[in-house]
Design a binder for this molecule. Structure first.
Ligand SMILES: *Cc1c(COP(=O)(O)O)cnc(C)c1O
Length: 445
């Protein structure tokens, strides 16, 4: 019998494709340089004219506004940001051979694992540069909102490493019911308020009307913006939706292109879940560049919950990003800024709007969109966990559900297809959702 050390079995099929630290991308990609039609600009909520960039300086530092409106194809990543990225990047690309076997599919399934980061998701790819550019611009304190806590935790982490105060308005229902990410934020030194709070005029107004108000992301955004404009030295930070956030996330796709080359494969279908659109953009936009420039025929699919069907049932029009109507108007697929999404287990996918860049890509036919009910999503998540080991975030599991369907279709058609998805985060702080599902308590709304 062979000893473990002499065994050769694990070399027989390569399932993990790693890069060197030096392969951390040196630039972010900006799809705005390659869109066949330019992205419609944000509008001033009062005048309905294109927003003059300096009007945004009340909430964002100038260096990030420049990225927001940039049409440069590549934006250089500062060394201090790459050095922090090196704590978890490059992230692995894995081939899900056990899932393929369980589905008896000829498809090859690859996933980019962003859950390997300190905060457990892709969101730190943008929280770190946002904290860095604020620090460089002289900001002392950041204010933000968070739903289930993934963004708040990611910003708390970044502020802790870069040396900024971090103030988070957390949707009250999550503050009460999802304590672990609140504790994570505290561990990284952030201050966390349940929203609506009595710290802002808007929060006090809502609490006077309804003391039991359980909050929403739109309300928390309004509170964070009010805090920003009223507190000296403070800027606002957003974890998704905006152009500069999408640019920062492209490190995901740039690394994946190199890793798939190592694997000797070309993807046929590229899948990501869509909340505000940033993890999807991060994986998909570098592939869209190849679609536009090199005529590649990839199918690129964004997956959202049926309970918050922004891309599949929303309207493409100008809308506010928040409930109090304080943000610029963005041209995006939207369910309306007063839309109150039902409480589903994917907190990160409950936003009424969608990134203008992702919305534009859908309008231009560079991608397609699908919606899944949450029972189907958890079914796929459990299958993935039991075959591949990693417990996926409920958000990411929307991508898994779509990939499982693609793999079954490949089997039925007898076709080898290469499927690629973004595993945007792990689900280890979402175990109560899995427990509910396993007890038959998760229902489709
Ligand atoms: C926040 C979050 C999402 C949704 O946000 P996007 O901006 O659409 O990426 C998806 N997956 C995970 C793990 C998240 O934390």
């Amino acid at each position: 019998m062979k000893m473990w050390g002499q065994s050769t079995f694990y070399m027989s099929q390569k399932t993990r494709f790693d890069l060197e630290q030096a392969d951390i991308p040196s630039a972010w990609y900006n799809l705005n340089a390659d869109f066949p039609e330019p992205l419609p600009p944000p509008l001033h909520p009062g005048t309905k004219e294109p927003m003059p960039p300096d009007a945004l300086e009340a909430i964002f530092p100038r260096n990030l506004i420049e990225q927001e409106i940039s049409t440069e194809k590549f934006i250089e990543i500062p060394d201090p940001v790459r050095e922090i990225y090196a704590l978890w990047r490059p992230t692995p690309l894995l081939r899900a051979v056990r899932l393929e076997k369980a589905l008896n599919t000829p498809a090859h399934i690859y996933y980019k694992y962003e859950g390997a980061s300190p905060a457990g998701s892709h969101k730190v790819n943008t929280s770190v540069p946002q904290a860095y550019y604020n620090k460089v611009a002289g900001t002392r304190r950041l204010a933000t909102e968070t739903g289930a806590g993934q963004w708040g935790a990611s910003l708390a982490f970044a502020c802790s490493l870069i040396g900024l105060e971090c103030n988070v308005y957390m949707v009250k229902v999550s503050y009460d019911q999802k304590p672990y990410r609140r504790m994570l934020m505290h561990t990284w030194g952030a201050t966390v308020h349940a929203s609506p709070s009595n710290l802002t005029e808007y929060g006090r107004k809502l609490l006077a009307e309804d003391p039991q108000c359980s909050g929403s992301l739109g309300i928390a955004i309004s509170e964070a913006i009010e805090d920003t404009v009223k507190t000296p030295g403070t800027k606002y930070s957003l974890g998704s939706v905006l152009n500069h956030v999408c640019h920062h996330q492209t490190v995901i796709g740039e690394e994946t292109i190199k890793q798939l080359e190592k694997a000797g494969e070309e993807p046929d279908v590229i899948v990501g879940c869509c909340g505000g659109g940033s993890n999807f953009a991060g994986l998909a936009f570098p592939f869209m560049r190849q679609k536009i420039r090199d005529g590649k025929k990839y199918r690129i699919v964004g997956v959202e919950p049926s309970a918050c069907p922004t891309l599949t049932e929303g309207e493409l029009r100008y809308d506010f990003g928040d409930t109090a109507e304080t943000t610029p108007l963005l041209k995006m697929f939207t369910l309306g800024h007063k839309f109150m999404p039902p409480s589903i287990h994917s907190g990160g996918l409950r936003y009424h709007g969608m990134s203008p860049m992702v919305s534009h890509a859908l309008k231009l036919g560079l991608m397609e969109a699908k919606a899944y009910h949450q029972t189907k999503v958890f079914e796929a998540a459990i299958l993935f966990a039991r075959k591949e080991g990693i417990v996926p975030a409920p958000e990411s599991s929307h991508a898994i559900a779509a990939v499982v369907d693609e793999a079954i279709q490949a089997r039925e058609e007898g076709k080898k297809r290469v499927l690629l998805f973004n595993l945007s985060g792990h689900g280890l702080l979402d175990l109560s959702s899995f427990e509910s599902y396993l007890h038959g308590k998760v229902q489709d709304v």
